[in-house]
Design a protein around this ligand. Structure first.
Ligand code: SF4
Length: 425
């Protein structure tokens, strides 16, 4: 692992002021950088941009793979993934509200670079974003701004797994918003190799096309250059979305949110398919490489601070139950296993049930990596890290004096799930 190094931070790059209108966007960011297109894949690779949707995969390699597969298949497609289904995340929605033209520039540049003729922007139904985005797409067409490719805005259902890349591809081509097992790089929308890219990643890409890879690398770490957005909540003074250089420590991120409001016992990192880590992990840079030391990843940029006195098991049990109800009902280990895991965790948490605890540990091993998508793996990770980080609480729940934290109201947000009658279309 190379040492994380923040070389310089000149301030936010994406959240440097709202530019929702095209005229303001053009004034602040400059013209659409069409001249970068022939070199864009190399530029993004040289910049070291990594996807900010959760996986932190090198974006240049993703672009190159879709471009190559698209050439062989006679065309490609681009999906802008703005369907931010992590309940504790808000960065992509914020970007789509404050710098939507930067995101659309990134999508159009990426589409030109991979040889796609069509772009589909996906935002969750009910997020209140689709109509505004359609107006912006029309504004760009009227002003002859950008690529003049076909850009469509669609609203997949609000299910947690409907924002998964293969689920988006299936929804865009007219099917249900459910994951499937073929990689979108190879076969996405109507069989075309499809670039599915997160909103924040595309916004960074648009800045690289304008300013070059050297500029992008001026801040952040060597392994993951640039800045990254974090949605910070829990026991902090000013919950919200903050942009910091990659390599910022957990403490830097909490301090950007006004600092802690109480002594902390643990941090949820990445999202609901992420990891609990002990509070002393806040000293680490929140990069994929550094967080690997504590078996975690920055994921989708969620940072939730759990105060001492709250019950981490109860928080996890509520989230696990919510996630279990969000499965796409396609794979047995996920469909049957996740509710059973959530039930065992609830029995451990509220029922002092040793048998449920033993069964839970067995089930975590059985369900992991047994689905068509990573949804069950995320739930297993969340619960397994809770059992590890809150081991003292497990003992207190099973045989000790009981857990005073159970009196705390739940802190992690759990949106009302879609009504099953809404279906998956
Ligand atoms: S693993 Fe679960 S969420 Fe993923 S496709 Fe299978 S049933 Fe659906």
């Amino acid at each position: 692992m190379s040492a994380p190094l923040i070389t310089r931070f000149d301030g936010p790059r994406l959240l440097a002021g709202s530019t929702a209108g095209l005229a303001e966007h053009a004034r602040r960011r400059g013209p659409f950088p069409a001249q970068a297109v022939p070199h864009l894949i190399d530029m993004v690779g040289a910049a070291g941009l990594r996807g900010r949707g959760g996986a932190w995969f090198p974006t240049g390699r993703k672009l190159a793979a879709v471009a190559e597969n698209g050439r062989a298949a006679g065309g490609a497609h681009v999906i802008v993934n703005g369907a931010e289904s992590e309940p504790a995340a808000g960065k992509d929605k914020l970007l789509l509200r404050t710098v939507p033209h930067l995101v659309l520039d990134g999508a159009e540049l990426a589409a030109l670079a991979v040889g796609a003729k069509e772009i589909t922007v996906c935002v969750h139904r009910g997020a209140g974003l689709a109509d505004g985005l359609r107006r912006l797409v029309a504004e760009r067409a009227a002003a002859a701004w950008g690529s003049r490719l076909i850009v469509t805005v669609v609203e997949p259902p609000r299910w947690y797994v409907s924002s998964e890349s293969t689920a988006l591809a299936q929804f865009v081509e007219g099917g249900p918003g459910k994951p499937r097992s073929v990689s979108t790089y190879k076969s996405g929308v109507r069989g075309k190799p499809t670039l599915v890219s997160n909103v924040e990643t595309l916004a960074h890409l648009a800045t690289i096309a304008r300013n070059g890879p050297e500029w992008f690398r001026r801040t952040g770490t060597g392994d993951a250059p640039g800045t990254a957005l974090h949605t910070v909540s829990g026991a902090v003074r000013a919950p919200g979305v903050y942009e910091l250089p990659t390599g910022a420590t957990g403490w830097d991120i909490l301090n950007a949110a006004g600092g802690q409001t109480a002594p902390l016992q643990a941090i949820l990192v990445g999202g609901y398919g992420g990891n609990w880590v002990p509070a002393d992990a806040l000293a680490l840079p929140f990069t994929p490489e550094a967080l690997r030391q504590v078996d975690a990843s920055p994921g989708a940029g969620v940072v939730f601070a759990l105060p001492r006195g709250a019950c981490g098991l109860a928080e996890t049990a509520r989230v696990a139950s919510w996630l279990a109800a969000q499965n796409a009902r396609q794979c047995g280990p996920c469909f049957n296993g996740l509710p059973a895991i959530a039930d065992d965790l609830a029995r451990l948490t509220w029922g002092r049930d040793q048998t449920a605890f033993d069964r839970l540990r067995f089930r975590l091993g059985v369900v992991d990596k047994r689905g068509a998508c990573a949804h069950p793996d995320g739930v297993v990770k969340l619960v397994a890290t809770a059992l590890r980080v809150f081991a003292a609480d497990v003992r207190a729940h099973l045989g000790g004096p009981g857990c005073p934290g159970l009196r705390h109201p739940g802190a992690l947000p759990l949106p009302t799930p879609p009504d099953p009658s809404e279906g998956w279309r």
